[in-house]
Design a protein around this ligand. Structure first.
Ligand SMILES: *Cc1c(COP(=O)(O)O)cnc(C)c1O
Length: 241
């Protein structure tokens, strides 16, 4: 890779992170929130380690990977010692063993069976694994996640599992050009988050509300997100080879 290209890309990443921080601060302030309560995750799928390490060096709050094979392949080249890392992609039951113990939190628990498998491997490794439940807030056929009306019942089952700690909720809302619609999905997530916390279940504490991506994170912050997951707005458009 040519040095000037690398330097220019580093600069772009730095500028992008500054812009996102600025926008988060503005949205937080306007909605009476503290920007410190909103963590910014760099979503690293398809991104080469040299750029991920740059984002880490620039002080991004955490990183998120969504493909098991890709994460395993890149992991040794990443400077992960002092950064929180989450798994955010769809996780097949037979790959749970590759992820439990390698990340700080799994955001994409979308079925009771997956939670049971995470529990099993955590117990085997003598650890406790933090997870978020993924909610299909727009009830889309094409998406993973618990339907909003089934979250409470599934959570009651999951809260019985050992070696697993539910720390909050995650969602990817429907793509919409209507801001009011997008905001209402985020607002429904926030209500679900509050309702679950009020139940005071064992092994369940609603600390993380993970919502907002490159195209909609400002609205997510306005509606109460505590963790935004940003890929292309940091690293540029993804190149799926
Ligand atoms: C890819 C991805 C993101 C980031 O998407 P951008 O639009 O590039 O910010 C966030 N969350 C999940 C679950 C993803 O898979």
């Amino acid at each position: 890779m040519e040095k000037s290209y690398l330097e220019a890309t580093f600069q772009k990443i730095e500028d992008n992170i500054k812009i996102i921080r600025f926008n988060v601060e503005k949205a937080a302030k306007e909605s009476g929130r503290n920007a410190k309560d909103v963590k910014i995750m760099a979503v690293t799928k398809t991104v080469e380690p040299v750029y991920i390490n740059k984002a880490i060096e620039l002080g991004i709050d955490l990183i998120g990977e969504s493909k098991v094979q890709e994460f395993i392949g890149k992991k040794d080249e990443l400077r992960l010692d002092n950064i929180e890392k989450h798994f955010i992609g769809h996780l097949q039951t037979n790959k749970v063993k590759n992820i439990v113990g390698s990340v700080d939190l799994i955001q994409s628990v979308d079925r009771v069976k997956l939670a049971r498998e995470i529990s099993k491997h955590s117990i085997r490794n003598n650890i406790s694994t933090k997870v978020l439940l993924e909610v299909n807030i727009g009830k889309e056929e094409s998406k993973f996640g618990f339907m909003p009306e089934e979250v409470h019942e599934s959570l009651a089952q999951i809260s019985e599992f050992q070696g697993i700690e539910v720390c909050g909720l995650m969602t990817v809302p429907p793509i919409s050009s209507n801001i009011d619609e997008t905001r209402s999905f985020f607002s429904n997530m926030r209500q679900l988050f509050i309702d679950i916390e009020a139940k005071k279940l064992d092994n369940v504490n609603m600390n993380v509300l993970s919502m907002g991506m490159s195209g909609d994170y400002v609205h997510a912050v306005s509606e109460g997100s505590t963790l935004i997951r940003v890929g292309s707005a940091i690293f540029g458009n993804r190149n799926y080879r």
